[in-house]
Design a protein around this ligand. Structure first.
Ligand SMILES: C[S@@+](CC[C@H](N)C(=O)[O-])C[C@H]1O[C@@H](n2cnc3c(N)ncnc32)[C@H](O)[C@@H]1O
Length: 303
């Protein structure tokens, strides 16, 4: 958790950090707008809802980043008119470039989740991926999601770090840090040179994540804002340990010296373990054990 910063300082850190991260965000996180990305996003939506999704005519994404969720949902035909909001103008510029390349129409709006510039009841779904843990005042944000949703509308958030999963992920991160010099020697890479201008400010990185959630905290936040039919589930355990180990190692080396074969191994291994998590663990273990939490809920029809 960051040192005591004001909510405004956390928002500013998020804006600056993600503005700098935008240009290489897709490469760093393996964000895909092909078949793989489409399958991953639709699988997450189905998992979060607990059933096959229908069609949402008007969607709003919070913290949309470069468009991973919305652009893939548009491609899958799950949403009609899509609006993407984010506190970082740099991320929205990258999203628009991705949308142009894919031939997709999407409206973008710079916005802080706690104060949305949209009319009441103007969307059928409000969604997000890996964003709630950056928001200082979650109660205000959930109240805004409820306000801009049409009665009976859905909120759907995925990719939120669970408190327990986050603690477990510290183990592979520590191990990877200690073996990183050996690993770099094995693959023939030099240590990362600092201050190359392209990498997001490492000092800001520690400030942008302000929550890791217990499942009950997410359900409470949704209920407190008036939502019903609240559902919290978990995904990815082995895949995350593997992913964090590799990302921690990779972050210590000059990026262009990490061999392609390594990247392929890391990527394929991650997908394999994701499948193993899905088939073996996700239906058997409690949500709190996983690294990622998912939340869905509905605005009451008469609200
Ligand atoms: C981890 S990134 C996830 C981006 C994208 N959803 C994805 O999954 O690839 C978090 C995103 O949330 C945005 N963000 C952070 N704080 C925010 C806030 N208070 N309001 C709106 N967006 C915010 C960041 O700018 C960033 O684009």
């Amino acid at each position: 958790m960051p040192p005591a910063l004001s909510a405004e300082e956390i928002r500013q850190a998020n804006t600056r950090y993600h503005d700098v991260a935008a240009s290489h965000y897709d490469a760093k996180w393996g964000i895909d707008f092909g078949e793989l990305g489409l399958d991953q996003v639709t699988a997450k939506v189905r998992k979060a809802l607990g059933h096959a999704p229908g069609h949402w005519p008007r969607s709003l994404e919070i913290g949309a980043g470069t468009g991973y969720f919305t652009l893939n949902l548009l491609r899958a035909g799950l949403v009609g008119e899509a609006t993407c909001s984010d506190i970082s103008p740099g991320m929205l510029a990258a999203l628009q470039a991705n949308a142009r390349r894919l031939g997709l129409a999407v409206r973008t709006a710079p916005a802080n989740a706690e104060s949305l510039p949209f009319a009441d009841r103007s969307f059928d779904v409000v969604l997000g991926h890996a964003v709630l843990h950056h928001i200082p005042d979650l109660a205000r944000a959930f109240a805004e999601f409820e306000r801009v949703l049409a009665p009976g509308g859905t909120i759907l958030f995925a990719g939120e770090p669970s408190r327990y999963g986050d603690r477990l992920a510290a183990v592979p991160k520590r191990l990877a840090t200690s073996v990183a010099p050996l690993w770099r020697r094995a693959i023939g890479a030099q240590p990362l040179r600092r201050g190359d201008g392209g990498a997001p400010d490492a000092a800001l990185e520690a400030l942008v994540d302000v929550h890791a959630f217990a499942p009950a905290e997410l359900s409470r936040a949704a209920r407190a804002a008036g939502f019903g039919e609240v559902r919290v589930s978990g995904e990815e355990l082995l895949a995350n340990w593997f992913g964090w180990t590799n990302r921690t190692l990779e972050a210590t080396a000059e990026p262009d010296q990490v061999p392609w074969a390594w990247r392929l191994y890391a990527y394929r291994g991650y997908l394999l373990l994701q499948e193993l998590d899905r088939r073996l663990l996700e239906s058997r273990l409690p949500a709190a054990a996983f690294y990622n939490l998912m939340l869905t809920a509905r605005k009451r029809p008469g609200a």
